[in-house]
Design a protein around this ligand. Structure first.
Ligand code: ATP
Length: 360
């Protein structure tokens, strides 16, 4: 098996007056695990359907490898699609389910059998070939669906929220399996999800979409550390959001006047004095340390603490401003409930952007 590049050129989709996907240019590399992440209705599935050939774009084209896919039917494309609802054939054995696509292509029984055996082994289901799908666990059924999709040797596997029907533990386990399978096969995986955890853990790169627009394409680390729009900043991971106005600039930093006084953050977007702005700071970057006389000191009351396992989420408030703080020093925060605390964050951990839509 091998992977192919997938290139979207000026690709857009309109349903009547409604633009589901704005003109999009994107290159997904051969053998890449690429995720499209965004809230419900942002256009993820529509992009996938245009790549697979089940939907003709209103404009633009899809190129796979070096072939223009315009006018090429879904079943003649080098793609395979996996959905959330697996739709395995309930009365067929696991082996026959996997070999189904091969039979339709007129491949002999012997070869079909061999191929199914190979795939059973690839997805760690050796010895399960004679069972019916109902005799398998949810995770095993999902692996059968993947094996069935891989049987026709696609160079691009399109996965539309394939794990969302599984429970949390299994989902986390399957993430690692999918990633490993992608690595072993070298097939290009295009994975659609509204779950940032899935996208961030598995992907080589992630595209974050909102309202039919791809707002950022980057590695998971880059998306988390350097989001380029307010939507991406607030959709991926948690953020504290301070609204204000730029009242000055100091080197790479912008100084904002906010309800909490002056706050400093990186001015990577080049805001000017007088502009309205938002400052984002991650909860794990705010500390409970006292930093007297330093920039970005805050005072807030600890109203609630939620134990999240490895860290505690402290819900704090300073007037109207909620402030979330994540600390790993789990026990020590008990006695602080109800009291005012000094907080601090470093200016280089905060980013200042122009106002824009925030994820809800
Ligand atoms: P979800 O995660 O809920 O599946 P999505 O990001 O995959 O969402 P799409 O299914 O791509 O979203 O839909 C994008 C938008 O286009 C939605 O507002 C949807 O209602 C609309 N849409 C999708 N298909 C059609 C259609 N055939 N006719 C009209 N509108 C459509």
């Amino acid at each position: 098996m091998h992977g192919n590049d997938v290139i979207l050129e000026n690709l857009s989709m309109r349903f009547g007056d409604f633009v589901a996907v704005q003109p999009t240019n994107l290159k997904i590399n051969a053998g890449e695990f690429f995720s499209i992440l965004g809230p419900s209705g942002c256009g993820k599935t529509t992009i996938l359907r245009m790549i697979s050939g089940f939907l003709s774009p209103s404009q633009g084209r899809v190129v796979i490898g070096d072939k223009d896919m315009s006018g090429i039917r879904a079943n003649a494309r080098p793609t395979a699609l996996i959905f959330q609802n697996l739709a395995l054939f309930p009365l067929m054995s696991v082996r026959d389910n996997i070999a189904f696509g091969l039979e339709a292509r007129g491949i002999s029984k012997k070869i079909r059998h061999e191929k199914a055996q190979e795939l059973l082994s690839l997805v760690a289901l050796d010895g399960q070939g004679d069972k019916l799908p109902t005799e398998l666990s949810g995770g095993q059924r999902q692996r059968v669906a993947i094996a069935r999709a891989l049987a026709v040797e696609p160079s691009v596997l399109l996965l539309d929220e394939p794990l969302s029907a599984l429970d949390l533990k299994l989902r986390q386990h399957m993430r690692a399996e999918l990633k490993e399978l992608q690595r072993k096969t070298g097939v290009t995986f295009i994975y659609i999800t509204h779950d940032q955890g899935e996208a961030l853990t598995m992907s080589d790169r992630v595209a974050v979409m909102n309202h039919g627009v791809v707002e950022q394409v980057a590695t998971s680390d880059e998306i988390y550390a350097h989001p380029v729009t307010p939507f991406v900043a607030s959709f991926v991971g948690e953020q504290n959001v301070f609204k204000g106005k730029v009242i000055g600039k100091e080197g790479d930093f912008a100084v904002l006047e906010t309800s909490q006084g002056k706050l400093f953050g990186q001015n990577t977007h080049g805001l000017n004095e007088g502009e309205d702005a938002i400052l984002f700071i991650r909860p794990e970057r705010v500390t409970l340390e006292e930093k007297d006389g330093q920039q970005n000191g805050l005072s807030a009351k600890l109203e609630r603490r939620d134990l999240e396992g490895p860290f505690v989420n402290l819900h704090m408030r300073a007037g109207d401003q909620p402030i979330a703080v994540h600390v790993t020093n789990v026990e020590k925060t008990h006695q602080l409930l109800g009291s005012d605390q000094n907080l601090w964050f470093a200016a280089q951990d905060a980013v200042v952007m122009r106002p824009g839509e925030l994820a809800s």
